[in-house]
Design a protein around this ligand. Structure first.
Ligand code: ASP
Length: 573
């Protein structure tokens, strides 16, 4: 029987000096000093230096060869402080090459020379690097902690199927053709939404699942077409039960994994978030809240602003010294949304209290009043934007983030979670000229707004929904579900579903609701995003073992791929 190792490369220490050991691993580095050869041997657990006697130093060894060595642990002449095993080395008496390696496409080192595309193609080599390996260990630790915490709190982990019918999340679904049923398809789940609700109807009290979800959307650094959710649902709960429980859940994960004590989460309504930050995913690590100027400019009777739907501004601290060119290039750098040049201007309040405005729209007296209105102090820089509400907010929101970036205020070690609540129930879709669910069609309206369901303008109805944002990244979201058939039907009507549509798309689901549905609600967190944020990163790919690239391809396994004609025929396509 082969014995590959008595120890691993990371565990040996000065206590082992004098011991005969067997080690196996990959060659990280070779230094040939003529009479002596030093090799850094690496395995999953760490790196140790090997020193070779003359007898075996003739053998042709290269980086990433897999070798097995026997030898004696000895004290090192020159200590390497950078690695935990830096005080010792193994004097090799026997070497066996277990496997060779062809030339590598990139360096297997923490700082690699491989670009992302190349690392994705050879992901199995990328995983040998510490940064990726450590992320996978972190992912494992977090998943385990999640399972333990939820199980201890009475949640049952239940798997739901992958080959299903349409889900209501509002994205495009991936579909799988059925060979046995010509012309018919399965859809891959965008989330286990309907099943977790059915579990509540089935009498399960608390459900969770670390679930794979699939959405046919454009990939981004914080989005993958195939991703993982921590999916949860609870019976007999309302919004506050969910917020309290899951705030503790997130606090627990941060404490256990990073030893970080999060403060109480801020909680603001969706409309306040839009008014103050121009987005429903605000980054609260810095202020620069929007100042609404509609009333102020109208009171001053300034003609230019009269026709504008919205006039807003932000006060950027300590930036009055920015040159006009610098400011211009910051504004130009924000490509979307495009706005008219006349609709944005800035005011510098210099340290010597002089004021400079990029546009001559306000008298000096009014400039002083405006500065007071903003509570600006010398050294501040104000940006004012006006125009169509939606665009104006979106532009200023991006400018706020950009200025925070310039001022180094996006500290990855600071975490500011915020619950955004009462999101709209419906939103108008210009393309299809009809209302769409903001969350999904089973989200309950808030009690005070139910009467507005009969209204012709249901866009104002707020829902019992919530999203958790940390540092500007959406980490999770969910809602209290409708358990009243009349309310559900009224919402279906607003969404433009005919009785026939409802029957064919969600018939099984609405039927289930007739058998005594408990009040229930839930939430889902993006596991990939949660891990990335814990590490202060935005790119979720580094936390997924085998991610897709930015165009949704896996260049390693070569997918998506073309199906051969015979296969297409077999699938009736
Ligand atoms: N299924 C929802 C989503 O994926 C989450 C929820 O409502 O629980 O966004």
């Amino acid at each position: 029987m082969d014995c590959y190792r008595t120890h691993n490369c990371g565990e040996l220490c000065t206590n082992d000096i004098g011991k005969e050991v067997i080690l196996s691993g990959w060659i990280q580095k070779i230094r040939n000093l003529g009479s002596l050869i030093f090799i850094d041997l690496r395995d999953f657990f760490g790196i140790i230096q090997l020193i070779f006697s003359k007898k075996i130093n003739k053998i042709e060894l290269k980086k990433e060869f897999v070798i097995k060595v026997s030898g004696k642990v000895v004290k090192r002449q020159s200590i390497n402080q950078k690695i935990p095993t830096g005080e010792i080395e193994v004097l090799v008496s026997r070497l066996e090459i277990l496997n060779s390696s062809i030339s590598l496409p990139f360096l297997i080192e923490d700082q690699t020379d491989g670009d992302e595309e190349c690392r994705m193609k050879y992901r199995y080599l990328d995983i040998r690097r510490n940064p990726i390996k450590n992320n996978l260990i972190l992912r494992h630790d977090i998943s385990l902690e999640i399972r333990n915490f939820l199980s201890k709190n009475g949640f049952l982990e239940i798997e739901t199927p992958m080959l299903i019918n349409q889900t209501p999340e509002g994205a495009r679904s991936f579909v799988v053709p059925s060979r046995i049923h010509p012309g018919m398809f399965y859809a891959l789940p965008q989330s286990p939404q309907l099943f977790k609700q059915l579990l509540m109807i089935g009498g399960i009290d608390k459900y969770f699942q670390i679930a794979k979800c699939f959405r046919d959307e454009d990939a981004r650094s914080d989005r993958q077409i195939e991703f993982t959710q921590i999916d949860c649902e609870m019976a007999f709960v309302d919004v506050h039960d969910i917020l309290i429980f899951f705030e503790n859940f997130i606090k627990h994960i941060f404490k256990k994994i990073k030893n970080i004590e999060l403060e109480s989460f801020t909680c603001i309504s969706h409309s306040d978030s839009m008014n103050l930050y121009g987005t429903d995913s605000p980054d609260l690590r810095f202020g620069m809240e929007f100042v609404k100027l509609n009333d102020w400019v109208h009171k001053k009777g300034i003609e230019f602003f009269k026709k504008k739907e919205l006039t807003i501004g932000i006060n950027v601290p300590k930036c009055s010294h920015y040159t006009c060119d610098q400011i211009h290039s910051i504004i130009e750098g924000i490509k979307e949304p495009k706005i008219n040049h006349e609709e944005i201007f800035w005011i510098k309040f210099f340290m010597d209290k002089t004021i400079l405005s990029s546009k001559k729209l306000l008298s000096h007296e009014n400039l002083i009043k405006l500065i007071k209105h903003f509570k600006a102090i010398p050294g501040d820089l104000l940006f004012i934007i006006c125009g169509i509400e939606r665009k104006t907010r979106a532009k200023l929101s991006k400018l706020r983030i950009e200025m925070a970036h310039h001022l180094n205020l996006k500290n990855p070690k600071v975490f500011k979670p915020v619950w955004i609540i009462n999101l709209p129930l419906l939103e108008w879709d210009e393309e299809s000229k009809r209302y769409k669910s903001f969350h999904h069609p089973f989200t309950s309206p808030i009690k005070e707004d139910i009467h507005l369901l009969d209204n012709k303008n249901p866009g104002y109805i707020r829902s019992k929904s919530y999203e958790l944002i940390i540092n500007g990244m959406e980490i999770g979201g969910g809602s209290i579900r409708i358990h009243d058939k009349n309310i559900q039907n009224s919402i279906f009507k607003h969404l433009g579903f005919s009785i026939k549509d409802i029957e064919s798309e969600f018939g099984f689901f609405t039927k289930a609701f007739e058998y005594g549905t408990p009040p229930h609600g839930g939430i889902a967190f993006g596991l990939d995003r949660l891990i990335a944020i814990l590490e202060g990163k935005e790119n979720i790919k580094d936390f997924i073992a085998f991610p897709k690239n930015n165009s949704g391809k896996d260049t390693m396994v070569n997918t998506p791929y073309f199906l051969k004609k015979e296969k297409l025929k077999e699938l009736h396509l």
